[in-house]
Every structure is written in C-alpha cells, then in structure tokens.
Design a protein around this ligand. Sequence first.
Ligand code: B12
Ligand code: SF4
Ligand code: SF4
Length: 383
Amino acid sequence: MRRRGGCRAKGAPVSERLKTFIRQRAAELGFDVCRFASATDAWPAGDRLRHFVDEGRHGDMGWMETTVDRRAHPTAMWDEARTAIVLGMNYGPDQNPLDQLADRSAGYISVYARGDDYHEVIKGRLKTLAGQIAARNGQDIKVFVDTAPLMEKPLAQRAGLGWQGKHTNLLSRTHGNWLFLGTILTAAEIAPDAAETEHCGRCTACLDACPTNAFPAPFQLDARRCLSYLTIEYGGPWPVEFRLATGSRLYGCDDCLAACPWNKFAQEAREMRLQPRPTLQAPLLADLAALDDAAFRALFAKSPVKRIGRDRFMRNVLYAIGNSDDPALIAPARALLDDPAPLVRGAAVWALSRLMAPDAFAALRATRSELDPDVRAEWDRAA
Ligand code: B12
Ligand code: SF4
Ligand code: SF4
C-alpha cells in the first residue's frame, strides 16, 4: 500500500508495553475505548470529502471548503504524524430519546448536548494523556476533538473503534451509536490495531428514519438537508419544508442514530459531566420563548448550545412553537414580533401563521409595520 507523508524510518516500532500504558492511562481518564491506527496509509476518505464539498453538501460551513486539502488526510495537516491514537467516550442515553418527540409543548435537545460541552470534557483529558505519552517517549504529539481539520470517523474505523454506518456516523458493536471521538496524532510509530469492517448489511433503518430525507445515497449525507446542520450551523431563515419537518427539535437531531438496531448493545454514559441536566431534558417551549440574552447564557452555561447564540436558538424555538398545535403558545410567539433580531421576528411571524385562525392572523398583520425586507417577506408569504 502506498505510504503518504514521507518515509517511515523515524523511530523503530514501539512495543506493546507503550500501547498498554496508553490504554491504561486513557481508561483512568474516563475514555471508554482507545485504539491505534496508522496516520500515513492512503485512504479513499479524502476523495469522498472532495466529492462532498464539490457537490456543495457542506452548505454554509465554508471552513470545510477552505480546509479541504489539509482535511483530506492526517499527514496533509501534519506531515510528521505517524500514528493516530483514537479515543471514544460513551454518551449513551438511559432511554430511547425519540420518545420525547411526541410532546410538542416541550423542546428536544439532542442527547449529545444535554450535559456539559463534550469539547471541554474531552479536550482537557486528551491533553493530559498526550502529556503523559510525550513524557514517556519524547516524541512530538498533537490533540484533536471535532474542530480541527481532521477526518475523525474514517480514522476511528481504521483503528477499529467501529464502522461508518449508512448514516455516516461511527457506530460500534459495544457502544451502538453514542460515542464521541477524540484523536491524538503522534510522530511515534506504534503498531496499529485491526480496522473494523462494516456491519450494516441490508438494514436501512437510519435512512428510513430521517425526517428530511438527507441521505442522497447510503453512506452519504447532504448536510444542507440535515436538521443537525440547520439547527446548529445555519444562521438564516429555513425553507418551509424543513421548518415543518423539525417538529420540536431545537438543537441537533438523533433520529438516524436512535433508529439503529446496534443500540441494543449501547450502555449508559458513565461520565458525570455528560449526564443530562434536568433543565435540558424536556424544556417547555413557553419558558424558552421568554429567554433574553442573559437568561439564555445562564441556562446554557458550559453547554454546547450556548455556541449558537440566543437569536439562532430562538428561531428554532419559534419553528417548534409553529409545529406545536398549542394555542397557549400564541402569546409568547406574539411577544417576539417585537424582538430586535429580524431572524427572530421572521420566525415569530411563521409560528403565528401556523397557530392563529386565518382571520385573526390577517387582523394582526394589518396592525404591524415592518422595515426589514426578510421579515416583510415572511408576512407576505404567510398571508
Ligand atoms: C461537519 C460535521 C458535521 C456536519 C456534517 C456531518 C457529516 N456526516 O459529514 C453536521 C453539522 C451535519 C453534523 C451533524 C452531526 N454530527 Co458532526 N461533525 C462534523 C465534523 C466536524 C466533520 C465531519 C466530516 O468530515 N464530514 C465530511 C464528510 C465527507 O465526511 P464523512 O462523514 O466521514 O464522510 C464519509 C462518508 O460519507 C463516506 N462515503 C462517502 N461516499 C461514499 C461512498 C461509498 C461507496 C462508501 C462506502 C462511503 C462513502 O466516506 C466519507 C469519508 O469517510 C466531525 C468532527 C471531525 N473533525 O471529524 C463531527 C462529528 C462527525 N459529528 C459528530 C456528531 C455527534 C454529530 C451528530 C450526531 C450531532 C447531533 N446529534 O445532531 C450529527 C449527526 C448527523 C449525521 N447523520 O451525520 C461526531 C460523530 C461521532 C461518531 N460516533 O461518529 C463527530 C465525529 C464529532 C466528534 N468528535 O465526536 N456534523
Ligand atoms: S441527524 Fe436527523 S436530519 Fe440529520 S441525517 Fe440524521 S436523521 Fe436526518
Ligand atoms: S441503522 Fe442499520 S444501516 Fe443505519 S447504521 Fe445502523 S445498522 Fe447501519
């Protein structure tokens, strides 16, 4: 197999003793899985990433496009990388989270965002582990979780943590679909573990479960249609098709993960900081609609939700209110017609158009004047 990133002469293969040392330290730090992969072998993932970007499937995530060359292979980002140490942390829920979607007066926050921000939980421990490894072997080392230009899922499959299912996430025979990934790249040569092979077979449960038909083909995702992208990454008003499909989802989406039959092997998260906060398990839409910026920041302190900011979150709350069929939510939506953010005002118009009787909505419209063209377009569309 072709090697990338220069010659491999640097350092002799490291013993099983180092791997045992790393696995033990990783377990002490709360990681549920720790395995090893070559960081230099060629792979098809880079070309697949380019195809994804060429098709525009990354949507507004311009950072994927600008980093595509560095992202395409670990050695393109760091040419001294020789081994990837890939770690998984289980965030398994205690019940099927999708049961909550039936209650349209409460918002749905995806399982991964109900506790502390996993970036914060994992990154500090990766740094600690990297420090322990560097102190032992003296080789250069770097840590990554989520935000760096590194394709973590194909690396995790190569290390044998699991395989990328038809929904494109990495799932495992031991943890189902609920594993966060973190990676340490090192200049040390460490013998790789066996890669995992795909075990989806003829199953299509995740593809069938997707509320927005976001998979152009098995193993491929069009992020522009994915509710995780729309609720978290996308900053503007959504096409109506997706507002209707989002139901009560406010931040992320778990449908394709939760539908997977391999979850029968999943376990509940052990890590205390990833445990769901009671306030984020089924927050009432009426309460969320009343959040100002300070209250939003207080409620989502140390949570990944804070990252999207109050206005984008309030847009999502209002789309959920529009899907609630609950006339008691007309008053909170109406109060947001005077919000300073046009994004919020526009979503309030749509929510009210769904909840109010047509004549009452027309009468309300006659009393309003609106300068922002996007919000005016919402009124016109809803009329
Ligand atoms: C961008 C991104 C997103 C985007 C795009 C997701 C995507 N599937 O690409 C959006 C915002 C939609 C997103 C959503 C989610 N994300 Co995200 N995201 C990322 C990020 C930053 C990069 C992923 C990436 O490189 N995508 C580009 C595509 C091209 O890469 P890919 O998915 O690996 O594509 C593969 C397949 O498409 C396949 N393929 C393509 N064509 C073909 C053809 C054939 C024939 C075959 C066999 C395969 C194949 O090969 C490609 C290469 O491996 C990673 C962190 C990281 N740095 O890796 C987290 C990450 C993937 N996200 C994560 C999570 C938890 C989520 C959500 C579950 C959150 C939620 N509950 O809402 C959802 C899941 C949605 C989904 N079904 O994927 C975790 C996943 C953990 C895991 N066990 O897999 C990661 C790894 C973060 C982390 N460190 O834990 N995410
Ligand atoms: S996260 Fe939700 S919207 Fe996105 S692909 Fe999975 S099921 Fe579809
Ligand atoms: S639901 Fe089925 S097809 Fe999708 S990842 Fe799980 S096993 Fe694979």
